[in-house]
Write a protein that binds this ligand. Sequence first.
Ligand SMILES: Nc1ncnc2c1ncn2[C@@H]1O[C@H](COP(=O)(O)OP(=O)(O)O)[C@@H](O)[C@H]1O
Ligand SMILES: [Mg+2]
Length: 380
Amino acid sequence: MEATKKKLILLVDDEQDIREVLAIALTDIGYDVLEAANGKQALKIFKEESPTIVLTDIKMPGIDGIEILKKIKQKNPETEVIMITGHGDIDIAIKSLKYEAIDFITKPISSDALEIALKRANEKIVTRNQLKQYTENLEDLLRQKSMLRDNLSSLGVMIGSISHGIKGLLTNLDGGVYLMESGFGKKDEQLIDEGFDILKLTIDRIKKMIFDILYYSKEREIKIKKINLLKFASDIADILEQKALSHGIKIVREFDNAPSKFFADPEHIRSALINILDNAVDACIEDKGEKDHKIIFTLKQDEKYNIFEIHDNGIGMDQKTREKIFNLFFSSKHNKGTGFGLFISKNIIQQHGGIINLKSAKGKGTCIQVKLPITDYENR
Ligand SMILES: Nc1ncnc2c1ncn2[C@@H]1O[C@H](COP(=O)(O)OP(=O)(O)O)[C@@H](O)[C@H]1O
Ligand SMILES: [Mg+2]
């Protein structure tokens, strides 16, 4: 129980005899007693030890009891201060109540008066602590409620976009079936083939979409590991090198300023970076201009972040596209894309406390920058 726990009390009186007697009485009823002979000492001890209760004489040379009371209440309003007054000091005693002293007792101090004042101080402390706990519980409940609401609304957005995506796919399936049916009716092999192609493409896209949904819907906890960054980044570049080279696109690795150590969840960051690099390759393939296409993959570091940059000179994006690329299901690649890549990548990066930035101009190219905060681990 709160009241029986050993409490720290600061006793302030310039008269040594009174301090001694009071200290014995207080120790007897279970307090740990700190003593101060004047105001200056009292404030110093208060600062160092933060006692829950202060018992102070009012009349003292130098800093007096009222001054101590004011200073203590200023520093920590939750400290309860009991004033000790002499006979005839009733005016000052009442003044002290104005400054939030919990009680005052008069000299010569009776043990009853002392115990009543202490009881009152303790009750106030207990009540305050209870109140604090109720408030904290309430705040907790409110936080949970708003989290729940956020989850529900993002679920709503997700279901909305999935339905939208599926609707598009159904239209494609209908179209394919229609072509095939009329192809069979007219014995037109070309129509049948066209319909069949549409069906195959759509089925591929459904497959891809389902995989992506499964990937996204798993509540994946991140597992931070130490990563050898040079190898990690080289592996990622290797994965896309084949696809790039087969379209005459060069992937340039600028790893000279790579940080030596790097901590993140390797699986997640890998899939985010692969997504971004894959988009860069697609953007170059899509660009039918005459330029030599290349993708520059840069690793660097500033004071706060490990930085990854993927820069391509592919088709680039207009403003409308730039605004939508992180949306779930936004894709400009028709049957080839799902619109999941950047949505998931952004989630992963944010889960790491990181930021993803975009710079892009239509016809010129795109730069995607991923900044992951340097963690405590890095400095060890
Ligand atoms: N490097 C890039 N250059 C041009 N457009 C890009 C680039 N990266 C992403 N985009 C645009 O953002 C869209 C969404 O990308 P993403 O979420 O990965 O989906 P997906 O690749 O399946 O289309 C792409 O369809 C494309 O329009
Ligand atoms: Mg993509």
